[in-house]
Design a protein around this ligand. Structure first.
Ligand code: OFO
Length: 167
């Protein structure tokens, strides 16, 4: 049976993963309607992955005797100033997600919930990859600078460039 505080922390994490998915979906729509088809494909896929992260947590909470809450979400932005702003905001968001995952892990140790601690290790590893990926993309964008031809190639190559993020 899940400790009430762990259930609360996991439900908070569920909200964050759902909000991530929602936000990346809005970014995908912007990219698709701004001519960045490669970036849009990447972001649609990323949004799906975040939904999977949310579902994995929900199933775990329910399996352990808690009740997963389907969270209300905040409406994401409709417009974005450009690709740099999008990936900068993804990096900042993922840093917040990492901090939140670390605090769940902390709580597990405090309350001696080693099962949830073990389950959360998947998320800890995933965050290392997600942050690294956002940094790698930002580095590429910095190289592109204002060069439109290079931006075209960036958009064409983003899926292979970033590698396929973990599902
Ligand atoms: Fe990108 O964060 Fe999920 O876990």
């Amino acid at each position: 049976m899940l400790h009430e505080q762990i259930a609360l922390a996991l439900n908070k994490q569920i909200t964050l993963e759902a909000q991530s998915s929602h936000t990346y979906l809005a970014m995908a729509v912007w990219a698709e309607t701004s001519g960045y088809d490669g970036t849009a494909a990447f972001l649609y896929e990323h949004a799906e992955e975040e939904r999977m992260h949310m579902l994995k947590l929900m199933r775990f909470v329910n399996e352990r005797g808690g009740v997963a809450i389907v969270p209300p979400l905040t409406a994401p932005a409709v417009g974005y100033p450009g690709l740099d702003a999008i990936f900068q905001s993804i990096l900042e968001h993922e840093t917040t997600v990492t901090a939140s995952i670390n605090s769940v892990v902390d709580e597990c140790l405090t309350l001696k919930d080693y099962t949830t601690h073990n389950f959360m290790q998947w998320y800890v590893a995933e965050q290392i990859e997600e942050e690294a990926m956002a940094r790698k993309i930002l580095d590429k964008l910095a190289l592109v600078g204002g060069d439109r031809g290079a931006l075209y190639l960036f958009d064409r190559d983003i899926l292979s460039l970033a590698g396929s993020p973990n599902a």
